[in-house]
Write a protein that binds this ligand. Structure first.
Ligand SMILES: [Zn+2]
Length: 78
């Protein structure tokens, strides 16, 4: 099980609609700010989205801290 999958299971439902949320590695395409990825949480139903910091250059440990951070924030709002 990947770290993302592990934390995905700890997500509380969406604070607005009560829908199921998902945690994912959000890769974005190239643009003015280049390309990269960040950790994001999205409600499968209403598409409410919460984005974490850019994790493109983070090592696994920092990345895991980011995941933990955003999951905590989401669960606090839920
Ligand atoms: Zn929702």
């Amino acid at each position: 099980m990947s770290i993302v999958e592990k934390y995905d299971q700890q997500l509380k439902p969406c604070p607005f609609c009560g829908g199921k949320a998902r945690l994912f590695d959000n890769f974005y395409g190239s643009g003015n700010y280049g390309s990269g990825s960040n950790i994001a949480i999205e409600c499968r139903d209403c598409k409410l989205q919460m984005n974490g910091k850019d994790t493109s250059w983070m090592d696994l440990e920092d990345c895991t801290a980011q995941i933990r951070d955003i999951v905590t924030k989401w669960n606090r709002r839920a």
